[in-house]
Design a protein around this ligand. Structure first.
Ligand SMILES: Cc1cc2nc3c(=O)[nH]c(=O)nc-3n(C[C@H](O)[C@H](O)[C@H](O)COP(=O)(O)O)c2cc1C
Length: 511
């Protein structure tokens, strides 16, 4: 079945919020909510396992006066597959398997942005001593966080100093003072590539801008490992079917969406002497992570924002029963990206790829129609050799195409009976780069300043039928015995009698 997309350009965050409201996907909260712990707790509890609504907080403690600079917070926009489907211009009921396929396609699309002279984001321009990040109702999201995190779902814009190609990524950042934001930067992420390039050019600072609050593609694409050298604005354009209108920043040579709610401009200090304390933070792993330590820091040189701006935030950290926006989006786009990597590497026979949302892409599932020995190992090698594997794909499980990778029980059954550790079905790739926020890695090896990346021992679980076994003449040349599921003719005959026998067909019994 092919799924048709009708791309939607929502215009801005407000257009997206209106669309969600019309679709019954938004809960507005008018009762007063405290930015300190309470708001983050409500968001985490409300999101459920992909089931909760998007949330617009209209009444935030300490920030609801008529002269408050910013009074509203929006979150949980993409914490459900229904809303991801809406963003992509699809029916809300589209199956995640189809969302992965669409995700693959949009990553290969491109509609470059266009520059416009000005836009609503310039309605207020704050520079110099008027800059005060505490004017914004930045939540202290979790009790154990090291501070108030203003960068949770903002598009962080930087550029390669030699090619001028911009990158937009989501990176966490904490308010350290009125005009300082230390952030978590890994060398192996694209922002880290830019840092290295600016340092190699002799710069002590790197221009940076953060766009907070725009159409949903900003966070969706910013959080996706788009191919190096491709600008995320091009992919956002491809999703919405129209170019993104960009305006030039006031104090740095970077471009941001003209209808963004808030833009923070400045310079990221590259000299460790300028680092300030950041962390820890409730991370995507569902654990507190990223120790309190000195981190590269944005020196804010300007803030521009719309009238009555909405602060866009996201509660990070996925756990059983509570899936974050990052988890839902990663389950689609980390799977789509992995599938594209496999295709580019020429691994044949891939039938399905999936990352269950509870861990946001750490465990990658691949369905494959094998045609030769060692195909699962070829797939794992291709995945782990790609830069997209930096913070994902620690464990790769490969199954045959008769296993539904969206069904935990099916995958578990394949692991139970098609894996033989003594026959090289479990392979460890030791000491690779990896997510420095994973608590299963020793603390020393999670230090970004020492190593620029984390350290992962990766595992392939080859749960395919082993084509290295000899074909069995007693089984007609097959390598595995037949399963006990009855033949189709017997199934049909039995089901035909079910009603008479007082039996009901189980929901999944249409095999
Ligand atoms: C809500 C959210 C928070 C994130 N926080 C960070 C972070 O603090 N540091 C980081 O390196 N990556 C973080 N990521 C992951 C990156 O955004 C992601 O790996 C993205 O692909 C990076 O952009 P790049 O491909 O241009 O490097 C976060 C993603 C999301 C969705």
């Amino acid at each position: 079945m092919s799924v048709e997309r009708k791309p939607v350009a929502f215009g801005d965050l407000r257009g997206w919020v209106a669309a969600l409201k019309a679709a019954g996907e938004l809960q507005e909260i008018n009762a007063e909510v405290d930015w300190n712990i309470e708001l983050g707790t409500i968001m985490r509890l409300a999101q459920g396992a992909g089931t909760g609504p998007a949330l617009l907080f209209n009444n935030i403690k300490d920030y609801h006066k008529t002269d408050s600079r910013c009074r509203r917070i929006f979150g949980n926009g993409l914490s459900s597959y229904r809303r991801v489907a809406m963003m992509l211009g699809l029916s809300p009921d589209t199956h995640p398997r189809d969302l992965v396929k669409i995700g693959r396609n949009v990553l290969n699309g491109s509609i470059p942005p266009r520059t416009v002279k000005t836009g609503p984001v310039k309605e207020n321009v704050i520079i110099g001593k008027d800059i005060d990040l505490y004017d914004f109702p930045v939540p202290h999201w979790n009790r154990l966080d090291g501070g108030r995190y203003i960068l949770t779902y903002g598009g962080v814009v930087t550029k390669d100093p030699t090619t001028d190609v911009m990158n937009v990524g989501i990176y966490r950042g904490m308010v350290a003072s009125r005009d300082r934001i230390p952030m978590l930067m890994w060398r192996a992420q694209h922002i880290g590539h830019h840092v290295t390039a600016w340092q190699n050019g002799g710069s002590a600072e790197m221009p940076i801008a953060v766009a907070i609050g725009w159409e949903p593609t900003l966070g969706f694409v910013g959080g996706t490992p788009v191919t190096k050298g491709v600008c995320e604005y091009d992919i956002m354009g491809a999703i919405r079917g129209e170019p993104v209108d960009l305006v030039k920043c006031e104090t740095v040579d970077l471009y941001v969406p003209a209808t963004a709610e808030i833009v923070i401009e400045g310079y990221l200090g590259l000299d460790p002497a300028t680092y300030t304390m950041e962390g820890p933070f409730a991370e995507f792993t569902g654990y507190l992570a990223g120790d309190r330590s000195p981190k590269p820091t944005i020196r804010v040189t300007a803030i521009t924002h719309r009238n009555d701006p909405i602060l866009r935030g996201s509660i990070e950290g996925s756990l059983p029963g509570s899936y974050s926006e990052n988890a839902i989006c990663s389950s689609i786009m980390r799977a789509g990206t992995a599938w594209n990597v496999l295709d580019r590497a020429g691994v044949p026979g891939i039938t399905d790829v999936w990352c269950p949302p509870v861990h946001a892409g750490i465990n990658l599932l691949i369905g494959m129609k094998q045609s030769y020995r060692g195909q699962a190992k070829q797939a794992a090698n291709a995945i782990w050799g790609s830069s997209a594997a930096h913070v994902r794909y620690k464990h790769v499980t490969v199954v045959d195409d008769d296993i539904d990778i969206h069904d935990y029980a099916a995958v578990d059954w394949a692991i139970a009976y098609r894996v033989n550790a003594g026959e090289d079905d479990i392979v460890i790739m030791p000491s690779t780069f990896g997510a420095g926020l994973d608590p299963s890695t020793r603390r020393r090896d999670r230090n970004p300043a020492l190593f620029g990346t984390g350290k992962w021992n990766r595992v392939l679980i080859d749960a395919t039928m082993n084509l290295d076994y000899d074909p069995d003449p007693d089984l007609g040349g097959a390598r595995f015995p037949p399963m006990v599921w009855p033949e189709q003719r017997d199934v049909e005959a039995a089901y035909a009698r079910f009603a008479d026998l007082g039996l009901r067909k189980p929901p999944k019994a249409d095999l």
